[in-house]
Design a protein around this ligand. Structure first.
Ligand SMILES: Nc1ncnc2c1ncn2[C@@H]1O[C@H](COP(=O)(O)OP(=O)(O)O)[C@@H](O)[C@H]1O
Ligand SMILES: [Mg+2]
Length: 240
């Protein structure tokens, strides 16, 4: 009982196959099994085509596995309908994407308020909460800007504020520095580290780069849909 409570993610023999155009199917994930505990900072790393995004879509309740069992915060989410999945996502997960996925015609404040729309909060509380989050990412003076007026690093900080606004159990980040230069990328990764250490927010970050994975405390390495390493960050990428 205790065990499932402190696990945010519990993946048990997850397999995923996609139908192939000419018939039959292609298996992309094979018996993926791992747990992530509350407060961990985990990198999921692997070369292009290894199954990272497929894995992230399952973790993020954007897709369901072909077989196996997936529990998110102790709740079995293996076979939910798409409406039920949407509810789970909104309640538990804050997403951060490579391309930021901000609404370009809406202000920074509106963007951060977005996940609060379905929370039954009155407008005043939504605004207060969004401002708190912008303050936390160092953007309190930018609430009325449009995303297009900001640098890439700032846009990603807006996306992080938005991800945090709903009070998620888990931040799920897919190549969060992929569209940033290395200076801004380092800033974002340092910020993730701080969120994890100071606020105890659980972070799962997908990346194909070892130098980015190193910011995490644990590395899960996937190759051809199999986990071939799960443990501390190794000293050298060649050990993977
Ligand atoms: N929706 C889909 N339909 C069919 N094949 C897919 C789909 N999504 C991913 N794949 C296949 O699964 C494999 C792994 O893809 P992906 O999970 O995107 O890898 P990564 O994110 O590590 O680059 C690839 O061969 C890809 O073509
Ligand atoms: Mg991918």
């Amino acid at each position: 009982m205790k065990k499932t409570q402190e696990n945010i993610i519990s993946m048990n023999k997850i397999c995923k196959s996609f139908p192939v155009e000419l018939g039959g199917e292609q298996q992309v994930l094979f018996d993926i099994t791992f747990d992530v505990k509350v407060g961990e900072f985990v990198a999921i790393m692997g070369p292009s085509g290894s199954g990272k995004s497929t894995c992230m879509n399952i973790i993020g309740a954007l897709d369901t596995p072909t077989s196996g069992k997936y529990e998110l915060y102790g709740k079995d989410v293996t076979h939910l309908t798409s409406d039920e999945l949407a509810k789970v996502r909104n309640e538990y997960i804050g997403f951060v994407f490579q391309q930021f996925n901000l609404l370009s015609k809406r202000s920074v404040l509106d963007n951060v308020m977005l996940p609060l729309m379905y929370r039954g909060l009155v407008m005043e509380d939504r605004i207060r909460r969004a401002r708190e989050m912008l303050n936390r990412v160092g953007l309190k003076d930018f609430e009325s800007y449009l995303p297009t007026q900001l640098s890439g690093g700032m846009k990603q900080r807006v996306a992080i504020a938005r991800a945090l606004a709903g009070g998620p159990k888990l931040i799920l980040a897919d190549e969060p520095t992929g569209a940033l230069d290395s200076k801004m990328g380092n800033e974002i990764l340092t910020f993730f580290k701080k969120l994890n250490k100071d606020m105890g927010i659980t972070i799962v970050m997908i990346t194909h780069e070892f130098d980015i994975a190193r910011y995490a405390d644990r590395l899960i390495h996937i190759r051809d849909g199999h986990i071939n390493y799960d443990g501390k960050i190794p000293r050298d990428e060649r050990n993977l």
